[in-house]
Design a protein around this ligand. Structure first.
Ligand SMILES: [Zn+2]
Length: 138
């Protein structure tokens, strides 16, 4: 027998990109958008399934290491691109002038995605439960 109301499964990639809850992939992890005048705020609990995002006290300190890794990767890419485009091997200032703005521009991105990646890929015991993504039956 087929069930008609099977919840539609959401791919992990699209959940990561749109920074959705790792358990239901429906609820937003963040209150506001990535680039705006207000600082990014996270929901304490998933607005859809109620998952507590900060698994334990200070859990998001771990995200700083993820953020650091993202940062280093971006700086290397920016440096290589600067070299490929300009062919500069003389002036370190050119590299400073390209890498720093890129780091600044990407800071909100890294803040957000370090937490998203941490919860989606690096948290043991936290898995996608498609049933959690179903609409509430109240
Ligand atoms: Zn959720």
């Amino acid at each position: 027998m087929k069930t008609i109301n099977q919840p539609k499964e959401i791919s992990q990639l699209s959940a990561v990109i749109s920074s959705k809850c790792p358990r239901c992939r429906k609820g937003d992890m963040f209150v506001n958008s990535m680039y705006g005048f207000k600082a990014q705020k996270m929901h304490t609990n998933c607005p859809h399934c109620g998952l507590k995002f900060e698994r334990e006290l200070g859990y998001f300190y771990v995200a700083m290491f993820v953020s650091y890794a993202l940062n280093v990767a971006q700086m290397i890419v920016a440096g290589i691109l600067t070299y490929v485009i300009t062919g500069n091997t003389e002036s370190p200032w050119l590299y400073m002038a390209t890498i720093f703005p890129i780091v600044l521009i990407l800071a909100p991105f890294n803040f957000r995605y370090s937490r998203v990646l941490l919860l989606h890929y690096m948290t043991p015991g936290l898995n996608y439960v498609p049933a959690m993504g179903a609409e509430h039956k109240e």
